[in-house]
Design a protein around this ligand. Structure first.
Ligand code: ASP
Ligand code: MG
Length: 406
């Protein structure tokens, strides 16, 4: 008998009909002979609605009470799902995160999972029940209800799958899997059959929105095979696994991200300690810096550019301008009309020429590359935001991603 963890996101359980459809799928899985542990998100937008309500009653609600409140969303869906499963004639039990033994640290709103004491879930499974667990929540070492951060029901599912030694963790959502590019931008983007954890992490970090990096990291660290698939069509989706277990392709996709802005400091003295000072000051203001580029100085003056989330532009400019004035730098320029295009693929480690083809393709489209950064399995270029979709389509075509995927 195999054990499968099935996670259903907010859109998958958004109303009574959806909950009945999910119950039907869970029961079918059970009747095919699998043990099933289900993890649910809150219905539709209900977490947002609860948060809105909280800020209407108090401008600064206490973190403990916020967690009490928003953990209720998942509690509603778990109970309703069990009712629907019961109606189909299968035994089931719902468990809150606390009851399921998800032990976290004491950071309300973004708690870290410390340990999973899965015995209660295991006993219910052994008794032949379908177990339904509320995602996104746990109990702290101080015995308080905690939540794990927005979108973290995936993490609950992955962590439970790891603790239970599940054979697979299925993440059901409103898209059919992971695509070679955003299908809204590239109409012939293909759904990948599989990709490696590292590739999925790079996608999550560069604009791919299907899975959050935190859940993928947990899955990689505990070697939990993920299957991202649709709860609307129920067709097979995309597997995320160890690199050795994935069919080889040179590239797995092109992502793009328009969420960052860029600041450039022109003409800073090229001597030890300058970058340290600038980036320490930015860190002290919680600016989360992503790409950094400094040109090689021939005149004793260097230019430094860096990117970070757009929302931090005002803070980043203020911090950088203060330091630049102090150093006598020529000027500081802020720019929020940038976008990043990234090519991702484990195969580029062993295939020379990917960067060359990428730059040639962007050049042929007339796109100027403003910054470049790489990892062993990713190449990213910063371009003008207005050109980003054109660039993504050109790269997708140049690397024949519509045909070459396994
Ligand atoms: N309901 C929570 C949220 O909206 C957790 C989740 O959906 O994964 O953030
Ligand atoms: Mg959600």
């Amino acid at each position: 008998m195999t054990l499968v963890v099935q996670k259903f996101g907010g859109t998958s359980v958004a109303d009574a009909d959806r909950i009945r459809a999910v119950a039907d799928h869970v029961v079918r899985t059970r009747r095919r002979g699998h043990d099933v542990v289900v993890v649910v998100s809150a219905m539709g937008r209900s977490t947002d609605d609860l948060l809105e309500l909280a800020y209407k009653v108090a401008p600064e609600p206490p973190a403990r009470e916020l967690d009490m409140l928003i953990s209720a969303g998942e509690r509603i869906s778990m109970a309703l799902l069990c009712m629907a499963i019961d109606d189909l004639g299968e035994p089931s039990s719902s468990f809150t995160g606390s009851q399921a033994g998800i032990v976290t640290d004491t950071t309300h709103g973004k708690a870290k999972i410390l340990e999973i004491r899965a015995d209660r879930v295991e006993e219910a499974v052994a008794a032949g029940k379908i177990v339904v667990v509320a995602g996104f929540q746990g109990v702290s070492t101080d015995r308080e209800v905690t939540t794990l951060g927005r979108g973290a029901s995936d993490l609950t599912a992955v962590a439970l799958a790891a603790a239970l030694g599940a054979d697979a963790c299925e993440i059901y959502t409103d898209v059919a899997g992971v695509y070679t590019a955003d299908p809204r931008v590239v109409p012939d983007a293909r759904r990948l059959k599989s990709l490696a954890f590292e590739e999925m992490l790079e996608m999550a970090a560069t604009g791919g929105r299907v899975l959050a990096a935190r859940s993928v990291e947990y899955a990689r660290n505990h070697n939990v095979n993920l299957h991202v698939r649709s709860s609307f069509t129920w067709e097979p989706g995309t597997w995320v696994k160890k690199e050795e277990e994935v069919e080889k392709a040179i590239l797995s996709g092109v992502t793009h991200d328009t969420s960052e802005a860029k600041v450039t400091v022109v003409g800073v003295p090229d001597r030890p300690g300058i970058a340290a000072r600038l980036f320490r000051a930015l860190a002290d203001e919680s600016v989360n810096v992503d790409m950094i580029e400094q040109n090689v100085s021939v005149t004793g003056l260097a230019d430094i550019s860096f990117t970070f989330p757009k929302a931090d532009l005002t803070v980043a400019m203020r911090v950088t301008e203060a330091i630049a004035a102090d150093l006598g730098a020529a000027r500081v320029a802020g720019d929020s009309d940038i976008a990043r295009i990234s090519l991702i693929g484990a195969g580029m480690k062993t295939h020379p020429g990917v960067a060359a083809t990428m730059f040639e393709t962007l050049a042929a489209e007339g796109l100027n590359i403003e910054m470049i950064s790489t990892s062993p399995i990713r190449i990213s270029c910063v371009v003008r935001a207005a050109d980003v979709e054109k660039g993504v389509r050109a790269l997708h075509a140049a690397f024949e991603l519509e045909t070459l995927q396994p």
